[in-house]
Design a protein around this ligand. Sequence first.
Ligand SMILES: [Zn+2]
Length: 162
Amino acid sequence: MLALSDTTIRASFANATKRELNDLTLPDLSAIAWDKIDYLGWRDLRLARRAYVVVPVGDEIVGVILKQAESAPRSRAQCTWCEDVHLPNDVLLYAARRAGAGGRNGNSVGTLLCANFECSANVRKTPPMAYIGFDVEAAREKRIATLRVRASDFAAGVASVE
Ligand SMILES: [Zn+2]
């Protein structure tokens, strides 16, 4: 994805209250390898269970505040976004309050996600050669494209934008 500024990120949140935005702690943006990620995700270092994802949705950038669910997923859950079958990292259940009236009425969307947002790294790993002539690079590209669609669909669903 393209590099984002502090201002763009703060302005992108679809489901945040003013107070939540004031409390938000950004990661060190200069340390991020933007060309190697499909969405930006981070956990708030000051607030337990609070995390954020910022996702390209068409030409827009949509930020979503996530809350780690109280209940842990069944052990060795698979991430809904990168669907890494090798389960290389912990996966947590996160919930996002829907934007607008839906959210005020308590509607939220849940998703199983890599605990520290490792999805982009996971889909970039070279897949094993499934059979002779298997196009490893095409398989890798497809996983990256699928991750982008999953992340975008989730953010669009929370924001109710297309
Ligand atoms: Zn993942």
